[in-house]
Design a protein around this ligand. Structure first.
Ligand code: NAD
Ligand code: ZN
Length: 273
């Protein structure tokens, strides 16, 4: 491990402050779940190709809910077949060592942090969670577990009448929606733990960012807040990105260039040894 990184981690280990880990799609890439920036991202409807930024919108859901569900059920099927990797497991070790000094803020909806063993209570899913659905019209029926649908699907699997019935809101008879934050929607506390995530950032002595491109708003707010406060800042990513720039422009910051599975086990070891 590079000397500066090892120094920063040793300092943090010697203190009693909180550690906030912020993860994005990159931590699940080595589990076989494509990130949004990859080539595999598009979805074909009729003769047109749509990018995730178009599919994952309330506007698209209002125009074509069945197609949006077909896309999500395919993505959920990819998540369901994937397994947590060494990166996810390292973060479970870190939570065990730090207990309530640990918070995990994730943009991933794939459930791999939970399946690896991180606790629900300390994991804030700021972009939602594939395990849940809620009423698309927000009629007040509340959050429900994803119904028992056939989840092994290909890109061509149609949405059956049975699927549609299971995705119907028992309160108002409209469509249920995936419990995820869409590109044309805003963060909030009730669904997405925005205030809790910002509070955790205020309290953190170390912000460890993993596999996040910096294209989304709340993660960047967290990064800039940490930078202003002088929080130690480590970014794990094989590619340069805005968090790496923040990390490289502060005293106690480091861009740990590389894949999550290669970098996280040694970082966690240095923080807990
Ligand atoms: P992103 O797709 O924009 O960027 C992924 C980042 O991960 C990039 O910076 C890339 O360089 C990095 N990366 C790639 N391989 C990596 C590896 N092996 N180790 C570490 N880093 C690696 O993802 P994002 O910034 O999380 O934001 C995009 C949005 O897409 C989010 O809203 C998220 O909710 C959603 N999304 C979620 C999943 C999931 O649940 N697994 C997958 C795709 C997209
Ligand atoms: Zn409803």
């Amino acid at each position: 491990m590079e000397e500066k990184l090892s120094q920063i981690l040793a300092e943090v280990r010697g203190e009693t402050g909180n550690v906030l880990v912020l993860t994005g799609a990159g931590i699940s890439a080595e589990s076989g779940i494509p990130t949004f920036r990859g080539k595999e991202g598009y979805w074909v409807v009729g003769s047109r190709n749509y990018m995730p930024e178009q599919m994952a919108t309330n506007a698209m859901f209002r125009t074509n809910p069945a197609e949006v569900w077909r896309w999500y059920l395919y993505r959920f099927s990819v998540c369901r077949s994937a397994q947590p990797n060494e990166g996810h497991r390292a973060l479970v070790e870190l939570e065990r060592a730090l207990d309530d000094r640990f918070t995990l803020v994730t943009q991933n909806i794939d459930g791999l942090h939970r399946r690896a063993g991180n606790s629900e209570a300390r994991t804030y899913c700021i972009h939602g969670d594939a395990a849940w659905v809620r009423c698309g019209a927000e009629c007040g029926a509340g959050k429900k577990p994803l119904p028992d649908l056939q989840l092994i699907r290909s890109k061509d699997t149609p949405l059956s009448a049975d699927d549609q019935a299971k995705l119907t809101c028992s309160g108002c008879g409209g469509w249920m929606r995936p419990h995820v934050l869409w590109f044309d929607e805003y963060y909030d506390e009730e669904n997405y733990r925005m205030d809790s995530a910002l509070r955790a950032a205020q309290k953190a002595r170390l912000l460890l960012v993993v596999g996040t491109s910096g294209a989304t708003n709340l993660p960047m707010q967290i990064g800039r807040l940490a930078w202003r406060q002088g929080t130690a800042l480590v970014d794990v990513n094989p590619e340069p990105n805005p968090f790496a720039e923040l990390a490289e422009s502060c005293d106690r910051g480091f861009f740990a260039r590389g894949n999550a599975t290669a970098r996280l086990p040694e970082i966690v070891k240095a923080l807990t040894a």
